[in-house]
Design a protein around this ligand. Structure first.
Ligand code: MRU
Length: 365
């Protein structure tokens, strides 16, 4: 995607061959800053404090983090230690675990001196595959949007939650990829962007992306979606996912479930868009089985923003002394999902539906 006419991805190998660069997402939308990650510790910290975030991008950063670790300790113990460190950074997004499993299995096939180069190349392949997957998700999802706009004979309103755009992946995004592809093809659409408290990924990141790409959009308070749906203001919802079970339950940013309930009650189609690396084939009951990240309560009790003079300030917004809780994700059961948009097409949200798109998993099951 482009910022000020310049093409960017969210992560790219450094010209020195021993580092990667990432866009610091804690600084957006007010400052565009690039960070260099050259060590395991730097990669793990970038994921933990959400310099990089979004399930697919976390996975790619972890893959590079494991490669960087091989410059420090390329022994089998070094692989194990790096995997433990990176896996502990964020527990919900399965892409992280998936990428670590893939790179570490690959690493064990080669001798220690070759391990850094081997893992770095594998991380690069994962990044390229992510771009291809997200673009394919965009093409499949754009057809749905075009059909809906055609059927209604007017511009359509799409509601999305959190940020599942190119900033959450390597490029294109998952939930926003269909919006970009459809917008580029001239499908008339407008996006309602949930602000997505507590960290405001919608207000800060999705709005930043849509602005940069010229997609018409409006940021709304998280609580406004149900009201808009009751009044015919939303024609389709599309969200991303951090982990999707083999049965089609979709775990995504906290608040997604409430949007799905409202969509169900109002007959609004509700889609989740995700690549294969987000599917956890070992799980079948998302509510019971997916670990939900509990983040620092300070994300709820405090807000950071830009002041009129251009400076930044963090302010307290909760009554001092009140306890706060901060579950970062929730699970939308498959029965509330209309379809799962993947790089292979749109699946019914069920075990059979997913297996029809991924028949190779049927053999493994
Ligand atoms: O906590 P975050 O910002 O990493 O959460 C991101 C989301 O919930 C996204 O919707 C999800 O990762 C899908 S990204 C393509």
């Amino acid at each position: 995607m482009k910022i000020d006419g310049k093409p960017y991805r969210t992560i790219w190998p450094g010209t020195d061959g021993v580092s990667v660069s990432v866009i610091d997402q804690t600084r957006l939308p007010f400052a565009f800053e690039v960070r260099r990650l050259a060590t395991l510790a730097e990669a793990a910290e970038a994921i933990r404090v959400m310099v990089v975030r979004g399930a697919p991008l976390i996975g790619v950063t972890a893959a590079y983090g494991l490669a960087l670790a091989m410059r420090e300790d390329a022994s089998n113990d070094g692989i194990d230690r790096a995997v433990v460190t990176l896996a502990a950074t964020r527990p919900t997004a399965i892409n992280l675990r998936w990428a670590l499993d893939r790179v570490s299995a690959n690493l064990r096939q080669v001798q220690a001196p070759e391990r850094f180069a081997h893992a770095f190349a594998e991380a690069g392949r994962i990044a390229e595959e992510d771009v291809a997957s997200c673009h394919a998700i965009g093409s499949h999802g754009a057809r749905l949007l075009a059909d809906r706009a055609k059927a209604l004979g007017r511009p359509i309103n799409v509601l999305t939650h959190c940020n599942a755009g190119w900033l959450a992946t390597v490029d294109w995004g998952t939930a926003l990829a269909p919006i970009y592809v459809a917008h580029n093809a001239g499908v008339p659409l407008h996006v309602f962007v949930d602000e997505t408290r507590p960290r405001n990924q919608g207000a800060a990141l999705t709005a930043f992306e849509l602005n940069a790409h010229g997609v018409p959009h409006t940021v709304i308070a998280d609580n406004a979606g149900g009201h808009l749906m009751q009044h015919g203001g939303v024609d389709v919802c599309i969200v991303g996912s951090d982990r999707t079970t083999a049965s089609g339950d979709v775990c995504n940013k906290i608040g997604t479930y409430l949007k799905a309930l409202a969509a169900h009650d109002n007959g609004v189609p509700f889609y989740a868009a995700l690549p294969f690396s987000t599917i956890d084939w070992t799980l079948s009951d998302g509510v019971a089985e997916i670990p939900i990240e509990e983040r620092d309560g300070r994300e709820v009790s405090h807000l950071t923003g830009r002041l009129a003079d251009g400076g930044f300030a963090t302010v307290e917004v909760v009554s001092p002394g009140s306890p706060v809780a901060n579950p970062a994700f929730d699970v939308t059961p498959a029965r509330l999902v209309t379809g799962i948009i993947t790089e292979r097409g749109v699946a019914e949200p069920s075990a059979e539906g997913l297996l029809a798109l991924y028949p190779e998993r049927r053999k493994a099951a």
